[in-house]
Design a protein around this ligand. Sequence first.
Ligand code: SAM
Ligand code: SF4
Length: 418
Amino acid sequence: MNVHDSEKMVGVLKKDGYSQTDNLREADLIIFNTCSIRQKAEQKFYSELGRIKAIKNERPGLRIAVAGCIAQQEGKALLKKVPHVDFVFGPQNIHMLKDIDIHVSTNVFLEENPAIAEHDLPVNREDDLRAWVTIMYGCNNFCSYCVVPYTRGREKSRPSQNIYGEVNGLAKRGYKEICLLGQNVNSYKSNISFSNLLRQLDRIGGIERIRFVTSHPKDLSPELIMAVKESVKVCEHIHLPLQSGSDSILHGMNRGYTYNDYIGKVFTLREKVPDISITSDIIAGFPGETEVDYLDTIRALKEIEFDGIFAFKYSQRPFTKAAGMQQQVEEHVKSERLDEILKLQDEITIRKNRALENTVQEILVEGLSETDKTKSSGRTRSNKIVNITEPNIARGTVVDVMITKARKHSLEGRPVGL
Ligand code: SAM
Ligand code: SF4
């Protein structure tokens, strides 16, 4: 989401006459687009910001802006805390960049912006094959560990005709894959439902693949599962964050489902959409997580067998309910649990990937492999990277590939019938 927000920032500034540079020493304006989902992301930002100070000392005319969730979280206080920062603007105020006057310092744009979903910003896309498309902003779920509802504000969905227009335009410009973006895409609420939005976009010629992130388990409806099944271009992959396998922890997290609810949905997904790849997020060491709760998560991972997970140590976030909970788990316990979770999932991932050996997969080719220039590289519909023993396949081609070898992070294969 932040990558796409950055594409919007560049879009707004280019329209205003700016050009982009990778050279910090020639920039008039440097924007940090920040993430505050975990403390580690924040630490990285502050150390980068510290390094920039030397450049600002050399060239006092240089302006430094902080955008994104840390900007929203810290607000004006950031200007006091880090005096070499000139502008602070939150994720709902990207449009204000067009009014930024780099000759004037110290401006703060942190207002809730109810019009965010109605007014589309220009986007300067980094990729010419795959495009992010925002369908909704903000989040209303208030999971007790999460800072997002405080930094990105309340949910607002974009009108479906704007989304349709954007995707149609992308198809005309040669884009083959779109990924619909939102903190909770399946609570999309506009003139039509999310399922019908998928069905509508499925009819746009030229687009080969449609993906969406992220789905919330509590809002995963039978209609959505049928839309995934019946829409030709909607890929057989869902990212469905479980967070924990323990009901008492899920309750403390305010996730709105039990482990049984979740596994029931996994069962339906696999029944209706055979070969669907399911990936997830797991948090290790949420406050009050006992050894028994942690073992429930281990059991869940073994039972569900995700294709892959992102797992994180719980991190205390400002404003959130969980930050004030008693029984915070000790850091070393969180680390040990996280290590075990990742180790177990690695074994499961490789096993799942091996099951694809000797099958034929449809690959959208992205270009030469980054690690081996004698090969092309692309992705399966289930979003797994495949390196193909043929370097001359044009970017954007869809080819059938026989999978010959499975690794943890990628597969290898040879084209069928080329
Ligand atoms: N809205 C999406 C969802 O509910 O899955 C994505 C939210 S967040 C950007 C992505 C992941 O970060 C979450 O699924 C969660 O696992 C993790 N996360 C959020 N807050 C966290 C925290 N305080 N500590 C550790 N992990 C966190
Ligand atoms: Fe955060 Fe929960 Fe909203 Fe996802 S659904 S952004 S985890 S509050």
